[in-house]
Design a protein around this ligand. Structure first.
Ligand SMILES: [Zn+2]
Ligand SMILES: [Zn+2]
Length: 494
């Protein structure tokens, strides 16, 4: 319940929006963590108020997971983050649980009393103006941002500035630039001592199929597991790209072959291109996460209405799988890569979103002087009109990908379809071997690996795609480009 009587004494009136320098009204309301009272919070913590239109509205569903991630990456803070809309508490509980909020508490402003206290208008559908208000621990409003356009997400740069302000009140170094530098290391595994620079890297393919696993005599050469690739080093690095059904075998291998001389439990990074099923379905069968003491930092992109952890928990709900994500005894930390690059045990990881029905992230990983680029699940920007002696242009091949893959030792690229199939399946989010070749040549890649084979393609059909890729490279005068069609079990030393 709100207490406007108490607040009236302290606000200049509810017709005009609150402004910097005003004293905040004091109120109590129901929230997803019980009654919340601003008076109780102040003195100990700053308060961030995030007024939003409503649960499950388009903009807010995308925006709140981003804000949650930003607050999580700010380090321990004396900050109470309250997101406020007119939805009921029951609605808030379901919404908050679905999108995986932990830092942000949802407050029910059922009768718009809170919007009015801060002078925000409410439209005829009952949605408040979207506003962000930062209040310092002394109760003084320090910043107010009211969004001019309800359909547009709030500026993340403005949010960053507000949260950085709180960081500074908490004694962190000044400036967003400093915070960005700090965030580079925020996704790192804590280790008793840093891993040494590697002298040898091994890339290994555990699943190379797209969409759904296949088995049978027609698939014996390339194999039938869905996407999973590991990169390991002689000094203990472990990076796993995607967790399709190939992750089961990788897990068995890791447990059977511990790092020589390793005193620590198994730890590494799981880097997800996206969360389509063929990229996460092997996770519940990845045995290392069932062992206490093992640790994985799981990175991906979570701006699809849910946080990464809640998406991963979804496929392990008891109607789908007997063990829930929260029951796994290993230590799992989830991070979204949307705000920065990351440094992971000395490796630099960069991500770029590519064209796919659910945006998919391509990654560049630089370690030990080698560059690996993993770019599965994406389609060209437009259908290619292949001419024998000229490279495809920027209207077909995303320049972001060419830039990401520049100078790569290995480029793993979606090559699910033949050119004819790709023309029939525009919008399905996949590519052809020919486009992969043009991308590799434009980016100056040394070794191209064709990946994410169609489940409808038997060994012979994949051989044909590989042959077409070689012919394309030769037609472009690059017959020395090394091209491989990935197969389950294929390993490459870098
Ligand atoms: Zn896929
Ligand atoms: Zn996909």
């Amino acid at each position: 319940m709100t207490n406007p009587a108490n607040a009236k004494d302290k606000t200049p009136g509810n017709a005009t929006p609150v402004k910097a320098g005003d004293k905040t009204p004091l109120w109590t309301a129901s929230s997803t963590e019980g009654p919340v009272s601003v008076a109780d919070v102040l003195g100990k913590q700053a308060v961030l108020l995030i007024f939003y239109s409503g649960d499950w509205t388009d903009v807010c569903s995308d925006e709140l997971p981003l804000l949650e991630e930003l607050i999580k990456l700010a380090g321990p803070l004396k900050l109470k983050s309250l997101a406020i809309s007119a939805d009921s508490l029951a609605c808030h509980k379901a919404f908050g649980e679905q999108i995986g909020l932990e830092k942000i508490v949802l407050v029910s402003d059922y009768h718009h009393a809170l919007s009015q206290l801060y002078g925000l208008t409410v439209d005829e559908e009952g949605a408040s103006q979207r506003a962000t208000i930062l209040i310092d621990p002394a109760g003084i409003v320090r910043e107010v941002n009211i969004e001019p356009d309800k359909q547009k997400p709030r500026s993340m740069a403005a949010m960053e500035n507000m949260i950085q302000q709180v960081r500074e009140w908490n004694g962190y170094p000044g400036g967003v630039v400093e915070w960005k530098k700090e965030r580079l290391n925020a996704m790192q595994l804590r280790r008793s001592r840093p891993l040494e620079a590697p002298t040898r890297l091994q890339l290994r393919f555990w699943g190379t199929r797209g969409s759904i696993p296949v088995s049978g005599l027609s698939y014996v050469h390339y194999g039938g597991n869905t996407s999973c690739v590991s990169l390991t080093s002689d000094t203990g690095h472990l990076f796993v790209f995607d967790c399709g059904s190939g992750a089961r075998e990788l897990g068995q291998h890791l447990l059977a072959n511990p790092e020589p001389g390793s005193q620590e439990n198994l730890s590494g990074y799981i880097i997800l291109s996206h969360t389509h099923w063929d990229h996460i379905q092997g996770f519940p069968f990845f045995a290392p996460v069932f062992r206490p003491g093992n640790r994985f930092n799981i990175l991906g992109w979570s701006n699809c209405s849910q946080t990464l952890s809640s998406i991963m928990a979804g496929q392990m709900e008891k109607i789908y799988f007997p063990v829930s994500l929260s029951d796994l005894p290993s230590e799992l930390n989830f991070y979204s890569l949307q705000f920065n690059e990351a440094l992971l045990d000395g490796a630099k990881l960069t991500g770029r979103l590519l064209k796919h029905p659910l945006p998919s992230t391509a990654y560049r990983l630089e370690l030990g002087g080698k560059i690996l680029v993993y770019a599965t699940d994406h389609e060209p920007l437009s259908l290619p009109d292949i001419k024998p002696d000229s490279l495809l242009g920027d209207e077909v091949i995303d320049p972001k990908l060419v830039q990401l893959a520049a100078g790569a030792d290995v480029l793993i690229h979606d090559a699910q379809y033949s050119l004819d199939e790709m023309a029939e399946k525009v919008g399905w989010g996949h590519n052809s071997g020919e486009v992969a070749v043009d991308t590799a040549i434009k980016a100056g890649v040394k070794h191209l690996v064709l990946f994410h084979h169609d489940p409808a393609h038997d060994d012979r059909a994949i051989d044909t795609i590989l042959k077409a890729a070689y012919m394309r490279a030769e037609a472009l005068g690059h017959k020395d480009l090394q091209i491989t069609a990935a197969s389950d079990g294929f390993a490459l030393n870098l």
